[in-house]
Design a protein around this ligand. Structure first.
Ligand code: GLY
Ligand code: MN
Length: 360
């Protein structure tokens, strides 16, 4: 799936930075370059073969799934970190880039390879990962489609008397049944005053008539995530609920209208934040407007008031304004969005988007 292009691109970065090799610790980064989800370490030298270190438990799977690498087996009983250090030491690299390591891993490797300079290259890897290629876009689109199907199931089944986790179970069953490989994060179904907590409560509260119900769902497909939130009302919405919902919906529309290549992330955030502020609810919008997503559910670019970076073609981001009024309830509307040259494309579009959906 990844092909060789991603390795060529990271090697171009190594050349520009005058670094001899890249040592990757993070499983998602290893997957990105090899298509193998359970690698221990990946070595990408500037020249020569890439080496994927795998534990015995994953060896047979790696032989079938991993691309672009020679596989190096870590036998049962062998010290994995010792083996990697020993083998890397043999190359006598002057400099090694790495993505991320725990403090103890970093201290150990610096201690053992005393003559080698280490450079933190996590942001360089993100510079590749945050621009999705066509293979990745196909997988994210599939995850988005599965997420929509989960949301449609939620809208069908959510009703007074059910607890949040009962609705979540229906959503997850539907997505799994249709081919999702899992969830991108713990499904959130929270109602009434708990809907004012952006990350939900315990999910144990029973939905009651008149509640807001915030449903935040993400399917995963071959490692790739999607993310979508809708807010329903159990029964007939009150005037206040309709007003709040309309503010969030319009804030999302204004922000999505800003999305295109070249716009700063903070200006997209600002479009929604300004509108919500003008309507008098600014203090209740307590998070950034959105985030990038892909193999991780939260990736760069951050769409927030401090987001200085410019969006570019191939970014996949969420746009998710919300208003959360303590003791009353919350509303969030979230879509997964593909950034194109001149506009945004909603990957989680649902027909009912124009009106406040109700459950009964
Ligand atoms: N939808 C989960 C999150 O963005 O935190
Ligand atoms: Mn999100």
């Amino acid at each position: 799936m990844p092909g060789f292009k991603r390795i060529e691109k990271i090697r171009e970065i190594l050349i520009r930075r005058n670094i001899d090799a890249l040592l990757i610790f993070d499983e998602k980064n290893i997957y990105y370059f090899t298509g193998f989800p359970w690698g221990f370490r990946l070595l990408i030298p500037l020249d020569g073969e890439c080496v994927l270190f795998v534990h015995a438990v994953n060896y047979e799977a790696a032989k079938e799934m991993a691309e672009n690498v020679r596989i190096d087996l870590i036998r049962v009983g062998e010290r994995a970190d010792e083996k990697v250090l020993r083998e890397i030491g043999g190359y006598r690299f002057k400099s090694i880039g790495f993505d991320r390591a725990s403090a103890s891993e970093y201290i150990k490797i610096k201690d053992r390879l005393k003559d080698t300079i280490f450079k933190h290259l996590e942001d360089d890897i993100w510079s590749l990962r945050k621009v999705k290629d066509s293979d990745e876009l196909a997988l994210i689109s599939r995850a988005a489609e599965l997420t929509k199907r989960g949301m449609m199931k939620a809208i069908e089944v959510a009703r007074p008397g059910l607890k949040g986790w009962e609705v979540a179970a229906e959503i997850e069953y539907e997505m799994r049944r249709l081919g999702s490989s899992g969830v991108a994060f713990d499904t959130i179904v929270c109602s009434g005053p708990e809907s004012a907590f952006p990350h939900g409560g315990l999910g144990e509260r029973e939905i009651r008539w008149g509640d807001f119900i915030v449903i935040d769902v993400g399917a995963k497909y071959r490692g790739y995530c999607a993310d979508m939130t809708r807010t329903l009302v159990a029964g007939k919405p009150s005037e206040k609920q309709e007003r709040l919902y309309e503010v969030v919906r319009e804030a999302q529309r204004l922000a999505i209208n800003q999305v295109r290549a070249g716009v700063k992330a903070k200006d997209v955030d600002g479009a929604a934040r300004k509108y919500i502020g003008e309507k008098g609810y600014g203090e209740y919008f307590v998070h950034g407007l959105g985030h990038g997503l892909g193999l991780d559910i939260h990736e760069p670019p951050a769409i927030s008031p401090t987001g200085e970076e410019e969006l570019c073609y191939g970014n996949v981001i969420t746009i998710e304004p919300g208003i959360y009024i303590p003791k009353f309830g919350g509303i969030r509307i979230e879509d997964t969005i593909l950034v194109l040259e001149e506009k945004a494309e909603k990957l989680t579009y649902l027909d009912l988007d124009e009106n406040i959906p109700t459950s009964n």
